[in-house]
Design a binder for this molecule. Structure first.
Ligand code: GLU
Length: 469
């Protein structure tokens, strides 16, 4: 049997990390088994669904590389099919019309609450013959006896008595079908073999199973993923920081870091922390997902991000870094090769936003010196080494890191100074700060004209200091 999984988001907001993890697990399961991964947009809630949200979901999935093989299918385009199924259920007596007024339903609910019982519809209209032309809803005739049971791939056996379930509305009075009906029709029509979703849906599953059975359709397997908690133990939400996948992109995370992070939320393979996508596909199994909730840990995500920044091909990093440079108003084609910049900075940044910030000086003059660095390094004693460096750099023709490094060493030897006494003032002059990659690559990538210009500026700064001293 070919495995078919799906991701079925409701487009009422951005793609959040919980949804992305559901999508990842469904995608991995399909990929592992050489099956298909279907994307379905559950947009039947016309008031809350938006086109922007659909775009945000597609964008997030694309960024993460969770390619779908089929879809996106939109539920709003399938109303005729849902109605066909609802009409079949009506014809076969497996559903019925109900015209109970709101006041009656409210009274039922209040009575149940007062006697501390779960509110449920009492089946009042089950035997009544209601005019199809008059306002009504359609309810599913849930079996009254027996139990519904299924073997959840994560939770194990789940069993519930039919008496606990009431006759749920499958078509509203405005004619629109409801979630539990549309999901069943779609999972059947789309040939879904494994329904992998958040455990907030686990109470819906027995109701859906009853609809599958009423239609005499084969049941898929179900896997309900445990929820994701914030660091304070409550369900992960905006309060805990970024929850939107695209916000992580904006904050300079690599998609592979977020994927690696997400796969470990509720799943493990021994104590391994790092997984390439191929490894995830090979090792992942939905049956190994934990039953217990998992907690979101931003530090670990940062650690993974730093790891992938360090270990990835600088060309890949440069591609992802480019838009972050753009956000700082820098066009990375006007200046040193961004790949070389990424290579020089790979050990120095936790995020691409940080990498862009500490790399801006390669492309444009810094606005002002970092005060502490300037006070410490651009002192009168630094004037002579800087002047000498300026002279030698101005005369230098071969602008390679190696040659430039040798030059700094020569100047230090001539002045009988330690290398650092020349290199550090030079670094602050050229970078504006005390931290940068090696002086060789720093000078090389900043380029001759900018190096000279910035050394002049540092010399002016020193001169001002001398004048006011
Ligand atoms: N549309 C539902 C949601 O976004 C998911 C339905 C499902 O996976 O069965 O929560």
């Amino acid at each position: 049997m070919t495995i078919r999984t799906r991701f079925a988001p409701s487009p009422t907001g951005y793609l959040h990390v919980g949804g992305a993890r559901t999508a990842l697990f469904s995608w991995l399961f399909a990929r592992k088994h050489g099956g298909a991964f279907v994307l379905r947009i559950e947009d039947t809630d016309l008031e809350r669904s938006t086109a922007e949200s659909v775009n945000a979901i597609l964008e997030g999935m694309t960024w993460l590389g969770l390619e779908y093989d089929e879809g996106p299918f939109y539920q709003t385009k399938r109303f005729d099919r849902y109605n066909e199924v609802i009409d079949q259920l009506l014809e076969r007596g497996l559903a019925y019309r109900c015209d109970c007024p709101r006041e009656r339903l409210d009274a039922l609910r209040e009575a149940a609450m007062a006697s501390k019982q779960k509110p449920r519809y009492d089946g009042h209209c089950r035997g009544r013959d209601i005019d199809p032309e008059a306002p009504h809803v359609v309810r599913f005739r849930n079996p009254e006896q027996g139990t519904v049971a299924f073997d959840d791939l994560v939770r194990g056996r789940v069993e519930i008595a039919n008496q606990e379930l009431d006759d749920l509305i499958i078509r509203r009075s405005d004619g629109s079908p409801t979630y539990n009906l549309t999901v069943v029709v779609d999972d059947h029509d789309m040939g879904i073999t494994d329904v992998i979703r958040g455990d907030d849906h686990i109470n819906n599953t027995p109701r859906q199973i009853n609809i599958f059975k009423a239609m005499e359709w084969d049941l898929p397997r179900f896997a309900h993923l445990p929820m994701i908690l914030g660091d304070d133990g409550s369900r992960l939400s905006k309060r805990h920081g970024a929850v939107s996948v695209m916000q992580y992109m904006e904050e300079g995370y690599l998609p592979e870091a977020l994927l690696n992070y997400l796969v470990r939320l509720g799943w493990s393979h021994g104590d391994q922390e790092l997984f390439s996508v191929e490894e995830m596909i090979r090792l992942f199994d939905v049956e190994d997902v934990n039953k217990a909730a998992s907690s979101f840990n931003t530090e670990k995500l940062q650690w993974l991000n730093q790891h992938y920044i360090k270990e990835s091909d600088p060309l890949h990093i440069a591609r992802l870094l480019s838009p972050h440079m753009g956000r700082l108003g820098i066009d990375p084609t006007q200046g040193p090769d961004l790949v070389k910049v990424a290579e020089a900075q790979r050990e120095r940044a936790k995020t691409l936003v940080e990498m862009a910030q500490i790399s801006a000086f390669f492309y444009r003059d810094y606005e002002q010196f970092d005060e502490t660095a300037a006070r410490k390094n651009l002192r009168p004693v630094a004037r002579q080494p800087l002047e000498r460096m300026r002279e030698r750099l101005a005369a230098q023709e071969t602008w390679s890191g190696e040659a430039l490094h040798a030059l700094v060493q020569e100047v230090a030897d001539e002045l009988e100074l330690k290398m650092g006494k020349v290199a550090q003032p030079l670094r602050v002059a050229v970078v504006g700060r005390a931290a940068s990659p090696g002086i060789d690559v720093t000078l090389e990538l900043v380029g001759k004209a900018a190096c000279l210009r910035r050394i002049d500026r540092a010399l002016e700064y020193i001169a001002e200091r001398e004048a006011t001293a």
